[in-house]
Design a protein around this ligand. Structure first.
Ligand SMILES: Nc1nc2c(ncn2[C@@H]2O[C@H](COP(=O)(O)OP(=O)(O)OP(=O)(O)O)[C@@H](O)[C@H]2O)c(=O)[nH]1
Length: 396
């Protein structure tokens, strides 16, 4: 009588818990990694654009330096190409800023500076065009240099500030993601703890129920199954017999003159004898046999897959083992015997019918002189020749 179903439920709960935990971890892990990648990708694109745009003021600076060294037409063409590129870059960055998660207030000043730069570009372009058409004189060069430097400084400042702002924002985002991941992990842990607590509670409840169920089917004194337990086992055995035609036998055992043991040595010794007899029975039976105490000094053994011959053989073994049994404490000098009724299930469909037939045979064993088994066909298994030498309680 083991709590096998408790272990089964425990295993199922552990598997369910592990699956839930794994699922939570996978889902949360997936979303955190997605969020992390998304935020990183937004800023990476913006930072890349800003870094690329930072080449514009550097290129303008180089071209202006070259123009100071040699007032060659080619430098004017280079400036012209830059003037075509710079507004597009500014537009692109403005668009990206609007799309980004950055607060508009944080980049407002930079956008104003870029707008100012843009407003100076037509004048620079006009000066470059004049220089290209009419040749560069000193005044024209100075105008281009002054405007060019103004544009270059404005762009360099705006882009470098923007770069700084983006790096700061990106670091803040990373920090935020780490905190978010931590919060999610804590939540997950709490969730798992809650699930574990509920599962533990369910498991304990089930164990309690199982223990109560076992207690209600166990004989307190001998720890054998009781009548209810045997009846349930018999119902299952009858079901098996119905399905597969398996044989089934039942044995009823009643200790002989047990009252005399109680009277002679007291109730506690009687109890000890009942317990010792239970262990003898358990040692004699097969694993599939079911031994129960039906009450008082009456026991029963249900034998699935056992025909009458097999049951008789067991009855003989029990008769011998009982005669050879040493009784506990002050009863040690005495010998115990048992009367047995053995039947094999035939047409019976219920435990009660089988039981009453076995009971009838047990009565005949008692009436026939005790210390014997009477089988289903009403044939007594005879006492061995040396049986009389084994002193029964009554002989004492
Ligand atoms: N120690 C002890 N005695 C019990 C227990 N249950 C029943 N008995 C006793 O078992 C005895 C049964 O007596 P009887 O029914 O006369 O049977 P018997 O003396 O074995 O005689 P036969 O069955 O005719 O051989 C009674 O004295 C009961 O008090 C128990 O749990 N412990």
């Amino acid at each position: 009588m083991r709590a096998a179903s408790s272990r089964g439920l425990g295993l199922r709960l552990v598997v369910a818990f592990s699956l839930i935990a794994m699922l939570c971890a996978l889902v949360i892990g997936y979303y955190v990694s997605q969020a992390r990648q998304q935020v990183g990708a937004d800023y990476t694109a913006l930072v890349t654009d800003v870094v690329r745009a930072q080449q514009d003021p550097a290129a303008l600076r180089m071209t202006l330096d070259s123009l100071i060294d040699s007032q060659d037409r080619i430098h004017l063409e280079q400036i012209h190409a830059l003037l075509w590129r710079i507004p597009r870059r500014i537009d692109g960055i403005r668009l990206q800023l609007r799309r980004s998660e950055l607060a508009p207030a944080s980049y407002g000043e930079l956008v104003e500076e870029l707008a100012h730069v843009e407003s100076r570009l037509p004048a620079l372009e006009a000066a470059v065009d004049v220089g290209a058409e009419q040749g560069l004189d000193e005044r024209g060069s100075e105008a281009i240099l002054a405007l060019g430097m103004e544009v270059e400084e404005g762009l360099a400042w705006a882009y470098s500030e923007l770069n700084e702002l983006l790096h700061r924002a990106s670091a803040e985002q990373r920090q935020l993601m780490e905190r978010l991941a931590l919060a999610v992990a804590v939540l997950l842990l709490l969730l798992l703890l809650a699930i574990a607590a509920v599962m533990r509670m369910l498991f304990q409840l089930h164990r309690q129920r199982e223990t109560m169920r076992l207690q209600s089917r166990t004989d307190e004194l001998t720890a054998l199954g009781n009548r209810r337990w045997l009846r349930e086992a018999a119902e299952q055995a009858f079901e098996r017999r119905r399905r597969h035609g398996a044989s089934l036998s039942l044995m009823l055992l009643d200790l002989d003159h047990f009252k005399r043991i109680n009277d002679a040595f007291g109730h506690p010794v009687g109890d000890a004898v009942l317990v010792a007899f239970s262990r003898v029975l358990e040692r004699q039976v097969r694993r599939v046999d079911r031994v129960a105490r039906m009450g008082g000094e009456e026991f029963a053994i249900l034998m699935p897959d056992s025909d009458l011959a097999g049951a008789e053989a067991l009855a003989e073994r029990i008769l011998r083992a009982t005669r050879a049994m040493s009784l506990p404490g002050p009863a040690a000098e005495h010998r115990l015997t048992v009367s047995i009724g053995v039947v094999e299930a035939g047409e019976e469909r219920s435990f009660d019918r089988l039981y009453s037939r076995a009971d009838e045979l047990l009565y005949r064993a008692k009436a026939g002189g005790r210390d014997r088994a009477v089988t289903g066909q009403g044939q007594a298994v005879p006492r061995p020749a040396g049986g009389a030498a084994r002193t029964a309680i009554d002989a004492n």
